[in-house]
Write a protein that binds this ligand. Sequence first.
Ligand SMILES: Cc1ncc(COP(=O)(O)O)c(C=O)c1O
Length: 390
Amino acid sequence: MGYLPEKLQNKLTEREKINTLRALPKGARGVDFSSNDYLGIAHNPMVFEKAVNILSEKGIIINGATGSRLLTGNDILFKEVEELLGNIHQAESALIFNSGYDANIGLFSSVPQRDDIVLYDEFIHASIRDGITMGKAKNYKFRHNDLNDLLSQIRRGQKNENNGTNSQIYIVTESVFSMDGDSPDLVGLSAMCNKYGCHLIVDEAHAIGLFGSNGGGKIQELKLQENVFARIITFGKALGCHGAAVLGSRELSTYLINFARSFIYTTALPPHTLATVMAAYQFMNSSAGLREIELLHENIAHFNREKERLNISSFFISSSSAIHSCIIKGNKEVKQIAQKIQKESFDIRPILSPTVPQGEERLRFCLHSFNSKEDINSILQKLAIAIKKL
Ligand SMILES: Cc1ncc(COP(=O)(O)O)c(C=O)c1O
């Protein structure tokens, strides 16, 4: 018999009762409409081989990093990959973290100070919320993608906080929201930050590999690099590998190396991972990689046309990214529809509350360059039949 203190057991029982108990899924289940491997790089054998070649050309034969980056873990590949990231993403500096979760925890817990204010979009990723919570700044959410609400909060913040404390305001958003697939008005947001002297931080996890001339992200697509204080990029989505980086000034990197605890107190990424990140970027910027980006956009356009044709667009949050969410109220209902579609050999996952707010449970479609038009037609037809029976 396993042992768990009663109050913890009660929490699990409560979740079971209201249909919100999380459990690990049992492996892949059919045609992929669920993973973040938007360009198929995770399964690309050329990228795998290239990573092995990078390691062998450099004579790197090591299984693990052996320590924190501040001790023995700072393999020579870090410098090379960080330079590559700086060039590709047109940033003065890039600092690699072990994951997007770690990058956000490290950045948001260490940068905003006690007298500062963080204003964040209400749908911001959990890793950012956790980082903010670990920090000491006051923090307030603004309504999703609502610049008017943000503006009134900036004004309120400036009125209350301008009491000689040199209070800074940080504004936080995602360039593609992970659960909704939509985007804020980044041009408007950056103009507002300029006007009111706020620091803009943008998580680009789901925009890398989709937007910008070489998959560099939305900020680059809009040429806003100079207006953003920090960008978070992750390698576990379109790049198909693992890890993340914070892009910003050299001074920001130096600050994070000194104060971001999730950077300091952890074993560094292994050289295999760095070689894979390098190989993945090289692929993404090759003609074959750029073709994958094109195919992904063709599939996004096809998906949007097909849901119009089937008259089910109103169930979806409007999106031109790889993420398309179909709102189906209720954990039980969304689970049932997901199971029906899964039985037809499609890998599609329900997103339940509390991951999303109650009443906004959803089927989250992740589109890929390798999805066929036939599979897109077929999964949407099955969805249309299921939701019309609701
Ligand atoms: C917007 C956003 N930021 C950060 C992360 C965390 O990235 P990682 O998976 O590399 O920890 C995710 C992943 O779920 C995400 O969607």
